[in-house]
Write a protein that binds this ligand. Sequence first.
Ligand SMILES: Cc1ncc(COP(=O)(O)O)c(C=O)c1O
Length: 433
Amino acid sequence: MPDISRSQALWERARKHLAGGVSSNIRLQEQPAPLYFSHGQGSRLFDVDGNEYIDYVAAYGPLILGHSHPELVAAVQRQVELGQTYGGQHAIEVEVAEKLCKLVPAMDVVRFCGSGSEANHALFRLARAFTGRTKIIRFEGHYHGWLDDQLVSDHPTSVEEAGALPFPRPVLGSKGQLPHAAGETLVLPWNDLVAFQQLIAREGATVAAVITEPIMCNGGFILPKPGFLEGLREICTREGILLIFDEVITGFRADLHGAQGLLGVTPDLTTLGKAVANGFPLSVFGGRRDAMELVGNGVMHGGTYNGNPITLAAANATLDVLSRNDGAVYAHIRAVGLNLMQGISEAAREAGQAVLTQGIGPVFFAWFTDRQSLSSFRDNWDCDEDKYAAFQGKLIGHGVRTIPSGRWYVSAAHTDEDVQQTVAAVARALRET
Ligand SMILES: Cc1ncc(COP(=O)(O)O)c(C=O)c1O
């Protein structure tokens, strides 16, 4: 491990006055300890001790263009001189709304807010107002945010806790959640259309919305089975249920038109976050005009910082770069990501380690497992999480920063040379794990 004494000193100080020493619980998992960073440039991140890392955390997803893309920096600098926030309207929010409605198939109308959790919360409320029903169907292993009625069954750890399939019990994710926080939530295994049909036959008339990550990116990386999303779409339409795609990760990462564009299934409503402003705190909810018309007309949605011009300037620049030449940048991100997955697999074979990678390039997962593929959330339970966390700790010692759970994010700034260096670091880290 390189010298991280300055990081360690800050970590000691942080724990005295910052709750848990961090600003988001997930950062506590980083091995050997949360590091402190001074700056980022392109694919690289630098810590306060002067160590350089190839960064695949990408701020947990947003950095689709990498750190400090020059066009984004210039747009933000221009805007910051013109004021920080107006608590009022401005032209950039109209421009960004127009661009989003052109790029994302479901979007007729959008609203801006600050985090993915908030955006999903707004859609739960909107769906209930629109349908006059209360229940939300969601899928085990999908994450939709940390708020009370969202943090349900996102990461159950055993059959004892979550019950048998195909109808698992809702599992709350935090101490302090209201005991009935999951009272309006119905949980299903993802990719199981038969279970979905059975539940709808029983409960359909009470269901306001179905929310799903269109590609499972949280509880491992799993693609929808052929016909699954199409089946949800057809049944929701028939039953008057709103279909929500949570594209907080996949939006502007899986494709310029989101996972919905890539997979050819259009939901009624969608949330976006993370990549949409390449690191600035923007989330978006939107979709069908007849539903979205209720926002501002009976359905309350507010927020002091919503639509602030600096964040929107960042989104505007990000969308311009991503859209250039019809989204040509995605071919690069996919190719680099797929090469990296292949390089990791080969390094593992050579090291005699059972490592599986699964993904589409811009986002993928790696696990220590003998499985040839993962096809359901519960397959995660027999992967070796502790070994992966130890591997992540070794990798950082070799100049590669990754997420402890096994997810990797690749950006437009990553290069073939980054991949070569990363694969060499992976080979060294595997020998030490
Ligand atoms: C699919 C998905 N939805 C929603 C969220 C919540 O977004 P935020 O952390 O911005 O509240 C996340 C966060 O990782 C996510 O991955």
